[in-house]
Design a protein around this ligand. Structure first.
Ligand code: CTP
Length: 466
């Protein structure tokens, strides 16, 4: 019996897939079809798969060509499947010509001609109109956003807004997009808005974008007051719009894996979480000089609070801040200590004091350690009382990682689910609440800008993110 194997995502099952499977089956007597998992597709940068795994398997099954369907979970699997299933012929479409020649030592490799003018990518774009993204802000993080957005199919970066023409034109020229200095013109040219302006402008920009019927993805910290977060989420929900806070860690596959393991019972009940992220900055940068919104906690606090909120929830009983200040009174290093009914946590960040940036999650049966940069999670270990027992986990974090949240944002826009489990509304509200409490304890007189005040505050040099 001649055994044939082929693999694919088979998203939005189409004619090209059907023809490929029919010819694959005709190559032998028994056809095995490997269907990729969402997690595997994410590791190879295929982020916009629409159909879930069960639907994709069902569609392959319905063709009647597959004698057996298996799951493809990792890149090295093809080799072991060929051995395991005693395969005679490996086949895929001609778009892969040459890519699998290394398997020729083990079986015959056949590239079948790809069906022209049809692909899942084309269908995704046809069924769902391309979302034109408008960016507000022209700083470092906005510069990282554009190349990342180009890797996500279904979106295109249309233009950038900055009230300072020079900054807008420079940014637009660099990325070959449109420059806008008028908010009305900007909103009328885009479908969704990405906000990467200074913290204090977020609220007014989000509000203005939502009022213009735009979905919004906003850099962390989304807002600095609980009431504002609640108001904006309510407003967005009532109008069927998506509002999402951007903390790249929340959306990356490695961090998802870490949370899954932490919550799976492997380390027992979680009793302590310590998250630390420090980054030494020159003393003259905006983050260390802005008397109202500067300092380490507003800049990095969202990252270190994220694992605490994900693992314990938002109902902490006590919250305390300890800070080390620079000469201008701004916090160079802050530790937020949280007490929950069943555990404790510290979220530590610094811009002027360097520490060991790690994430440690301690449980009743063992603990998880992720070393810096755990906020771009690629590797972590689970350790136990028996020190010889160590479980190692790794995952990919591609590029600057913004592609994960952009693709998540797009899925939320395109699909019926309006809630996002990777960073929920209540978690974003809790983050805003903690920021507000921090600024209060710091006694900073901060007042977020209203829409009228938007114009002069946008600086092209603003730096946010890391
Ligand atoms: N295939 C084909 N003809 C097409 C599209 C796909 O023969 N027009 C083949 C691929 O070469 C592969 C299999 O079908 O062997 C599964 O491909 P998959 O990547 O799932 O489909 P695509 O339509 O190429 O998906 P995407 O656009 O997301 O890359």
């Amino acid at each position: 019996m001649k055994k044939v194997i082929t693999y694919g995502t088979f998203d939005l099952f189409h004619e090209g897939h059907y023809r490929l499977l029919r010819r694959a089956k005709a190559l032998g007597d028994y056809l095995i079809v490997g269907v990729t998992t969402e997690a595997y597709d994410a590791t190879r940068g295929k982020l916009n798969v629409i159909d879930n795994l069960m639907t994709r398997i069902e569609n392959v099954r319905k063709t009647g060509f597959a004698d057996e369907i298996i799951i493809e979970e990792s890149s090295g699997q093809k080799f072991s499947d060929i051995k395991k299933y005693d395969i005679d012929i490996f086949t895929v479409g001609s778009d892969w010509t040459g890519s699998f020649d290394y398997l020729k030592d083990y079986c015959q490799v056949v590239y079948l001609e790809r069906t022209k003018n049809i692909s899942s990518t084309m269908l995704r774009e046809k069924n769902r109109p391309i979302q034109r993204i408008g960016i507000i802000g022209t700083g470092r993080i906005a510069n990282r956003f554009v190349p990342e957005a180009r890797l996500v199919s279904g979106v295109s970066t249309q233009g950038v807004y900055n009230p300072h023409p020079e900054s807008a034109v420079r940014f637009a020229g660099r990325w070959e997009i449109e420059a806008y200095t008028d908010l009305e013109n900007f909103f009328s040219a885009v479908d969704v808005v990405y906000i990467a302006s200074p913290h204090e402008t977020h609220y007014a920009y989000i509000k203005a974008a939502l009022e213009h019927g735009k979905h919004v993805l906003c850099e962390k910290p989304m807002v600095l007051q609980r009431a504002q977060a609640e108001e904006l989420f309510r407003y967005a929900k009532d109008r069927g719009l998506i509002l999402l806070e951007e903390i790249k860690t929340a959306y990356c596959p490695g961090f998802q894996k870490l949370l899954n393991i932490a919550c799976s019972g492997n380390i027992g009940s979680i009793r302590n979480v310590e998250a630390c992220f420090t980054k030494l900055e020159r003393p003259d940068v905006r983050e260390l000089t802005d008397p109202v919104y500067g300092g380490s906690f507003t800049e990095l606090g969202s990252y270190v609070l994220l694992p605490v909120l994900k693992l314990y929830g938002t109902d902490y009983q006590e919250l305390r801040f300890d800070t080390i200040r620079g000469e201008n009174g701004l916090d160079l290093f802050t530790r937020a200590s949280l007490v929950y009914p069943a555990g404790i946590a510290t979220a530590t960040c610094g811009l002027g004091v360097k520490s060991d940036g790690r994430l440690l999650i301690s449980g009743t049966k063992g603990y998880i350690v992720a070393e810096a940069p755990w906020w771009k999670t690629t590797y972590f270990e689970v350790r136990y009382e028996d020190s010889s027992r160590v479980e190692r986990y790794s995952d990919t974090f591609l590029g600057d990682g913004l592609r994960y949240e952009i693709s998540n944002f797009l899925s939320m826009i395109n699909q019926s689910s309006k809630e996002n489990f990777k960073l929920t509304r209540s978690e974003s509200v809790a983050l805003a609440d903690i920021m507000e409490q921090f600024l209060k304890t710091e006694n900073r007189k901060h007042e977020d800008m209203g829409t009228q005040g938007l114009q002069p505050e946008i600086s092209g040099e603003h730096r946010t993110g890391f």
